[in-house]
Design a protein around this ligand. Structure first.
Ligand SMILES: Cc1cc2nc3c(=O)[nH]c(=O)nc-3n(C[C@H](O)[C@H](O)[C@H](O)COP(=O)(O)O)c2cc1C
Length: 333
């Protein structure tokens, strides 16, 4: 097994078996504005939303997790089948391994299980400093027949990770040069510590239309990597990052940028709150991991529960569609 494959296996085991959430979800502190006369019919609530040119049945993306090794095959297949049935989007995990070990493609190759929904490939932006470029990204999009790519930034993870990639010089400029060359849709994402305001503005200026702010409040990758070090440095930094709610509030002022709320989304009420705070769509990873190892039915059940919770939140606030939900005012509890 390669170093990347071993690492991915470690990550899955740590996320499943250790405490990797050092901060409370930033959504718990908000209360929905309750209406005793919602004046709407629960059955007529419309939760649909567009992601680029495809419609989702409710505003949710199963966030990028894995691939490349044995467990990845099971996880991606179960997620693909459930996402197709539920009508939501999903992201495959980081795919650089395909370029090094072409035989690992089979662990990501699930388009046949999800022919109609948006499915995204995944690649680390730091790799632009390690010899990879637009051609590699287009190749992995093509290989899995993805709608586009989640490009992730994860500086705190790479620096805490014992074998992480530590040269982050000049990446914004490199990214701005490759973005116009990418064939599919591009979504920039963090991995749970947040895309800060200045960086989000620069991304919008270079033509990025969607970002997953992926802030703190959920899985902390400094915390995951902390368990893979022999010293305690990772634990010192595990709670760093920018809370997801703050990112949504500040970034919704950036013109032309569509926000995805990731980092600490744990139920459909959080999805509703994230829409009220400026997101178009919400996303989560850790809450789906154990289900994805079990079966597609388990993942589907969790997705249906999220949708029901979102609809109840919409009902009690009198929002019959996501546009109305985006206008409700949350109060801090
Ligand atoms: C097991 C696991 C593996 C992950 N692998 C990737 C990855 O390969 N690429 C990526 O961009 N994000 C990856 N992430 C980060 C998630 O996509 C997400 O941004 C982060 O976990 C915060 O969301 P959460 O609080 O809902 O877990 C992974 C998350 C988990 C739980």
């Amino acid at each position: 097994m390669s170093q990347i494959q071993d690492r991915k296996k470690d990550h899955i085991n740590i996320v499943l078996n250790k405490d990797v959430e050092p901060n409370d979800s930033s959504f718990t502190k908000y209360r929905l504005p309750y209406k005793s006369f919602p004046e709407i019919d629960f059955e007529k609530i419309d939760t649909t939303v567009d992601l680029f040119d495809k419609k989702l049945s409710f505003p949710f993306i199963i966030s990028s997790m894995t691939g490349g090794e044995k467990l990845g095959t099971v996880i991606n297949k179960n997620i693909a089948i459930a996402a197709e049935k539920a009508g939501v989007a999903f992201g495959l995990g980081s795919m650089r391994v395909i370029l090094r070990k072409p035989e690992s493609l089979k662990t990501f190759n699930v388009r046949k299980d999800c022919p109609t929904i948006p499915m995204y490939a995944n690649f680390g932006v730091v790799q632009l400093n390690y010899g990879y470029g637009a051609d590699d990204i287009n190749k992995i999009i093509d290989l899995v027949e993805a709608d586009g790519i989640f490009l992730h930034v994860n500086p705190i993870q790479e620096i805490i990770q014992p074998e992480g990639d530590k040269n982050w010089e000049g990446l914004l400029l490199k990214l701005s040069k490759i973005i116009p060359k990418i064939k599919g849709n591009v979504i920039l994402k963090e991995t749970g510590h947040g895309i800060d305001f200045a960086s989000a503005k620069k991304l919008a200026e270079m033509g990025v239309k969607w970002i997953d702010v992926s802030g703190s409040g959920g899985t902390s990758w400094a915390n995951v990597e902390a368990y893979r070090r022999i010293d305690d440095i990772g634990h010192l930094f595990k709670a760093e990052g920018i809370p997801t709610d703050e990112l949504l509030k500040s970034h919704s002022k950036i013109k032309g940028l569509n926000l995805i709320a990731g980092g600490g989304i744990r139920n459909g009420k959080d999805v509703a709150k994230s829409i009220a705070l400026g997101a178009k769509i919400a996303t989560a990873a850790k809450p789906l991991l154990a289900d994805a190892l079990k079966s597609d039915e388990k993942v589907f059940e969790t997705l249906q529960k999220l949708k029901t919770e979102l609809k109840i939140a919409m009902f009690i606030t009198g929002a019959k569609n996501l546009n109305e939900l985006s206008k409700i005012k949350l109060t801090e509890a």
